[in-house]
Structure formats: C-alpha cells, structure tokens
Design a protein around this ligand. Structure first.
Ligand SMILES: Nc1ncnc2c1ncn2[C@@H]1O[C@H](COP(=O)(O)OP(=O)(O)OP(=O)(O)O)[C@@H](O)[C@H]1O
Ligand SMILES: [Mg+2]
Length: 249
C-alpha cells in the first residue's frame, strides 16, 4: 500500500547545519496494516511521516501509495487519500468556527464536488451521530466554537473529521502527547475503531510504549534515520512490554 524504496532526506544539504534525517529506508506497509513507529527524539520519525503526507519531499529514493508513484507529489495533491492528526490539538481545525462548520469544511476538503454540502438536517444528524460515538456528550454542542473545547475534545473531533470521506491512509504523529490519560485513551480507542471501520492503512508515532504495545499490528524502531528493528504482526504477539522498554535502555 505504501512503499519506501531507499529513501533519504537531507535538510540543508551542503550547509554547515546539514542534517541527514532519513538514511536509506526501504519499507513496505501493507494494505490495512497499522504500523507503530517508536524511536528517540530526532531519529527521523516525523520526517518519514511528512514524506508520506507530501509536506516534505525526499532527497532521493521513491515512494508509492496504492501502486502510484507519489515521490514528487505535493501534500495538497495527496490530501484526498491521506488524513493526518498532529501532536498539537490546535492544528487541523479552525478554532473560530463551530464544531458543525469544521465538519462541513472537512467534508468539502476531500470531495471533488464539495459545494453540494449545506448545513441541512441530514448532514447535521450524520455529524451528531458520528460525534456521539466518542461518548463525550459533544453531540449536543455542535454550535460551540472549536476554540472553546479542551485539547482532548478537539483531538477526538479532529480524528473523526479527518476520516469523514473515503481516505485510505491515516497518519498519527504523537496524537495524545498533549493530553491527560483519560482523553488520550478516548483518542487512541477512537483511532483504533476508525482504522478498523474504514479499513485504513495507518501509521502511529508514539513515545508512549504502552500504546505502542497495545495498538497496531507491526512495530518498528527508528534510530539515526534508519529502521533498527522491524517486528511483524506475528512476532508482535510474542513481544512483551518489557522488551520494548529494553530497546530504549
Ligand atoms: N525542517 C527541518 N529543517 C532542518 N532540520 C530538520 C527539519 N525537520 C527536522 N529536522 C532535523 O531532522 C532530524 C529528524 O527530525 P524529526 O522531526 O524527523 O525527528 P523525530 O524522530 O520526529 O523526533 P521527535 O521524537 O523529537 O519528534 C532532527 O535532527 C531534526 O532536527
Ligand atoms: Mg517527531
């Protein structure tokens, strides 16, 4: 579904501040695989995700998504298939708009004939129904400004919005890093459900080793811009949480 062939990314090439963020990664992420990426700060995790999204283009190597070569496609040319949730709950939604208007924007973003979506009752009810699955009571607050919600509430809604339409890939870059444990739990469980329901291929970056252990069906450890360990779904079943901690010691 997503393939990296000998991908390199060098920031500021030839300058004193040159950084080789990704150093020759070859990786084949299968359709509907849920890949978890762990690794220390600066190991190139976000750079790798940015290259799937197209917000960063590789220095060399090639990337395909769903069989098509996307190596040189910019992020807006891929956004139809790719949903993304960032670490910062303020990213990804418009704080001055209501919950309902944010959902409307999200629906328009990924639809080619987007202008047909009005604030009619059908759409409103669809949004309420979706929101109620979170169990946060937000379905009764669809006219509330996004900016007045807590980080956890926003992050849960961002997640729901990001997979409104027929996207194929979900990218999660430390989506719970800024959240309290209960909100983090709601967001991760919602992500897991959406990934199953929509049969998404997904990548989660996390520093939370409990989440890395609990979620996903394959796990890789990144270090110095390379894949240092790659644990398949079968092997992950035999992995113990303590083994994961050992990787970092
Ligand atoms: N836009 C940029 N310009 C220059 N250097 C960058 C840029 N983005 C990232 N880097 C550098 O590339 C390396 C990898 O960064 P990256 O953000 O991919 O790491 P990460 O594994 O996501 O780290 P963290 O766990 O802290 O989020 C780091 O040394 C970082 O400083
Ligand atoms: Mg990062």
């Amino acid at each position: 579904m997503i393939t990296f062939s000998n991908i390199h990314k060098t920031y500021n090439p030839g300058k004193p501040n040159q950084v080789n963020a990704v150093n020759g990664i070859t990786l084949d992420i299968k359709d509907q695989e849920f890949l978890v990426i762990v690794g220390s700060n600066g190991s190139g995790k976000t750079t790798l995700l940015d290259m799937v999204a197209g917000s960063v283009l590789p220095t060399s190597g090639s990337i395909t998504i769903d069989g098509g070569d996307v190596t040189r496609l910019r992020d807006y040319q891929r956004s139809k298939w790719i949903a993304r949730v960032f670490q910062n709950p303020l990213s990804g939604t418009a704080s001055e708009l209501s919950i309902l208007d944010n959902f409307r924007l999200a629906a328009i973003r990924t639809r080619s004939k987007g202008l047909g979506i009005g604030i009619n009752d059908t759409f409103k009810n669809q949004v309420k129904e979706k929101i109620s699955t979170l169990g946060l009571g937000l379905e009764n607050k669809i006219y509330q400004q996004m900016g007045t919600l807590s980080g956890g509430q926003r992050q849960a809604l961002t997640l729901l919005m990001s997979v409104m339409d027929s996207c194929k890939v979900l990218l999660l870059d430390e989506p719970t890093a800024a959240l309290d444990p209960r909100s983090a739990d709601v967001v991760m469980r919602t992500a897991d459900e959406l990934i199953r329901d929509y049969r998404l291929t997904s990548i989660l970056i996390t520093h939370n080793l409990k989440d890395a252990f609990t979620y996903g069906n394959r796990i890789i450890l990144m270090g110095e811009g390379q894949v240092k360990k790659d644990i398949s779904a079968d092997d992950k079943k035999n992995l113990k949480q303590a083994d994961l901690f050992d990787w970092f010691s």
